[in-house]
Design a protein around this ligand. Structure first.
Ligand code: MG
Length: 386
């Protein structure tokens, strides 16, 4: 079989997807649309890595296996993971009965670890003895981005306040969609998904966002950060957040309790160097070159037709003269052998034909290509098309 080099050479946006028998999900062979200018992977691409296994928490709200546990109820985990921010504080936060308790005059505590985009789980309880009103009742707060933005903690069970300072608000920016709080003294769960704003060359390329779920109810869904917010003032939307920053918890003078705090970092967005999803043309070309190199490396572990298919597959992602020449030579040898003795070869001939049809469908090979016609003719002569 001879493969006309020109359509393949033209096809950096190319064709022959997922032929590899060694691909982790081989059922995807010649299946979905090929990579293009902004997608480094084919649809249903068998070369795409499997998601890593994460053991979920044993109970709802429990820390999954890849989480960093920031507070597990012990004084040791508090000491290991947190520091008081204020050296001139008048009191220390305490750990009692498995709870971390904020201390009036203790100031903020901040995590020793620094985190970028993340999923944060926190459980908290306002004092069961109701005191104060509005912002003075059970006030604390979860600060992300090194302290640049606050998800408000407040006893709003039966306590009106300004809406953009409500429990679950992005403080000063956006009220929560609802008030799903339990009563004072009861435990509340916060699950927060934080994505920092990204500013490049003085331009806001992504405003960042927070998603907040209180007691299983979504109250913020990808809320833009508008620079992070704060007390009384609007933030500069171009405010720079650190790439990674501490998590902080606020002392607002009320003895709010905390437990079961854990955090997971999220994969980077394409705008932030991530390579999953839709990418810029430049990032797509770089990722495709990387995938092609990996497939060619894998091809070296194979021989004959399987090596040919794997090499051809690599050309889907990025062109390479040597890989193409070797695939063509292997293809010719394969065709000569099966054409001379086709008995028992139906499976592999149909496999190669499927690949060729895919290439033609995606305009990587002309329909009258010599190899395409030869394989089709062989199938017809053997009656395998019936
Ligand atoms: Mg607060």
């Amino acid at each position: 079989m001879h493969i006309d080099p020109n359509p393949l050479r033209a096809g950096i946006g190319a064709a022959l997807t997922t032929l590899a028998l060694s691909a982790p999900f081989a059922a995807a062979q010649f299946y979905g649309d090929p990579p293009d200018e902004t997608h480094p992977w084919a649809v249903h691409d068998g070369n795409r890595p499997q998601p890593p296994r994460v053991e979920p928490g044993a109970k709802p709200g429990g820390a999954p296996s890849d989480a960093t546990v920031l507070f597990d109820g012990s004084a040791e985990s508090f000491a290991a993971n947190w520091v008081h921010e204020n050296d001139k504080r008048k009191a220390d936060w305490t750990v009692a009965d498995g709870n971390l308790i904020s201390a009036k005059g203790g100031g903020y505590i901040k995590s020793k670890g620094e985190f970028g985009d993340c999923q944060l789980h926190v459980e908290w309880a306002a004092p069961s003895k109701v005191e104060g009103s509005s912002q003075g009742r059970g006030n604390s707060g979860i600060f992300l981005g090194g302290g640049a933005t606050e998800v408000q903690v407040l006893d709003n069970f039966d306590n009106p306040t300004y809406a953009d300072g409500f429990a679950g608000s992005v403080y000063g920016v956006m009220p929560p969609e609802a008030n799903p709080l339990h009563g004072p003294g009861e435990w509340q769960t916060y699950d927060i998904i934080f994505r920092r704003p990204i500013v490049k060359d003085g331009e806001l390329v992504d405003p960042g966002s927070q998603t907040v779920i209180i007691n299983g109810v979504v109250v913020q869904a990808d809320t833009p950060l508008e620079g992070g917010g704060g007390h009384k003032g609007r933030s500069n939307p171009l405010r720079m957040f650190p790439e990674k920053g501490s998590i902080k918890i606020q002392d607002h003078g009320n003895p709010v309790r905390f437990r079961n705090i854990w955090i997971r970092e999220l994969r980077p967005r394409p705008i932030d160097g991530g390579t999953d999803g839709q990418l810029s043309p430049e990032a797509t070309a770089a990722k495709r070159a990387e995938i092609a190199a990996e497939i060619r490396e894998d091809a070296e572990t194979k021989s004959g037709k399987d090596k040919m298919l794997r090499l051809m597959e690599s050309l889907v992602y990025a062109h390479d003269d040597a890989a193409q020449a070797e695939a063509e030579a292997l293809g010719e040898a394969w065709y000569d052998a099966v054409a001379a003795a086709p008995d028992g070869k139906k499976g592999e001939v149909m496999q190669v034909n499927n690949a060729l049809k895919y290439m033609v469908k995606h305009k990587r090979l002309p329909a009258d290509h010599e190899g395409v016609l030869a394989v089709a003719e062989l199938i017809k002569a053997q009656g395998w098309d019936q």
